[in-house]
Design a protein. Structure first.
Length: 378
């Protein structure tokens, strides 16, 4: 068994999709359930928004539970642009499994997210000069990887090449897929590996022979509802995606930006249901308005409650959730704890079935990447 520990559900789903595309039976758990025949379990610890100490305690306990089951290996999924409690969680896992080395590669070079000379760039632009500088919860104030990550107890360093040769937490420069392949080949079994999706894929290619697989027929015909609770996703082009495809967009009422309002949540849900009268595909989104003095999680809670009303009020075949916090809140609201990964449609994105629950077919992705073209027409 391979176990992925992710700080949000979109990251867990992304890597479970990568594993499924490699031919491995994969599941996403919001509550760890070891009694499964899955070959890969991706656990959402929902710890990104916790304090570093709280995150370390939660992740360390899960890592101990996992380690007691003697998995083949553990991978710590991190955000590709270093948001969250990366070092606190990595150190907690290292302590739980008695590892003295970690190779951390948050870069995704095939998406033009690279590390060069210890600095993070997107399409050649320093991270702090991209849209991530305006992230409402984790604004990027620097492109320097060591400053992005911060430090706690273990020695943390950036390194040009072989990151598996020195104790501590090592972040190598990565600009190409071949760099990833080289770093994956250098990692011995006792080294904790951590990072984004492309490093995990490189490790799979190095360690596991790919297999073919067949899935049961997917029962996901009918209406498609996109849900965007990610400000970076919305500002990064989702509204334009909908305009180009003439998909009705129903954004959060202004009354829900300031306080809980059950009638407004019901009204929003009714508006979404009505939008399906003229289209088989609808976008439900918080929108682009930022309110600096309000916790962003409150918006997502209101979104998830309204979404539950939508699903109670109309039949939806496919539910496409964008943003890790959004997907986690929806899963918690609807008591979806175990997701079986079915059909990969693009790198890191696959259809998922909620185990032991009547629910739409799910697609989950991080807010920082666009939906692939084929999802809009599926």
């Amino acid at each position: 068994m391979i176990v992925i520990i992710a700080d949000d559900i979109s990251g867990a789903a992304e890597l479970a999709g990568v594993a499924r595309a490699h031919g491995l039976r994969s599941e996403v758990h919001t509550v760890f359930q070891p009694d499964t025949n899955a070959e890969v379990i991706a656990i959402d610890t929902e710890s990104r928004s916790l304090s570093p100490n709280e995150a370390a305690e939660k992740v360390g306990e899960i890592a101990r539970q996992v380690f007691d089951l003697n998995p083949d290996w553990i991978y710590k999924k991190t955000d590709s642009v270093c948001r969250g409690n990366l070092i606190a969680e990595i150190e907690a896992i290292m302590e739980a499994i008695s590892a003295d080395q970690t190779v951390l590669i948050p870069a995704n070079p095939e998406k033009a997210r690279t590390i060069q000379d210890g600095r993070y760039q997107i399409e050649g632009v320093p991270l702090d000069q991209t849209a991530f500088a305006e992230d409402p919860e984790y604004p990027a104030r620097t492109a320097d990887v060591l400053q992005l990550l911060g430090s706690r107890n273990r020695e943390l360093r950036t390194i040009e090449s072989n990151a598996a040769s020195i104790p501590g937490i090592n972040v190598p420069d990565v600009q190409t897929r071949q760099h990833l392949e080289n770093r994956a080949a250098e990692c011995e079994p006792g080294i904790l590996t951590a990072g984004a999706a492309e490093f995990f894929a490189a490790l799979l290619r190095n360690r596991v022979v790919p297999r073919t697989y067949s899935d049961p027929a997917e029962n996901s015909t009918g209406r498609t509802l996109f849900v965007c609770g990610s400000w970076s996703g919305w500002s990064g082009g989702r509204v334009e995606d909908c305009k180009q495809r003439r998909i009705p967009t129903v954004t959060m009422p202004e009354s829900l930006f300031t306080h809980d309002n059950a009638p407004s949540e019901r009204g929003w849900a009714n508006e979404v249901c009505s939008a399906f009268d003229g289209s088989d595909t609808v976008m439900m989104a918080i929108g682009g308005t930022q309110v600096s003095d309000i916790d962003p999680s409150l918006f997502i809670e209101r979104l998830s409650r309204s979404l539950q009303l939508v699903l109670e009020g109309t039949k939806v075949g496919r539910l496409c959730l964008e943003g890790g916090a959004t997907a986690a809140t929806v899963a918690r609201q609807l008591n979806w704890h175990r997701l079986e990964v079915m059909d990969p449609i693009a790198f890191g994105i696959a259809s998922m079935r909620v185990v032991r629950a009547k629910a739409p077919t799910l697609y989950i992705k991080p807010g920082s990447y666009p939906w692939p073209d084929m999802i809009w027409g599926c």
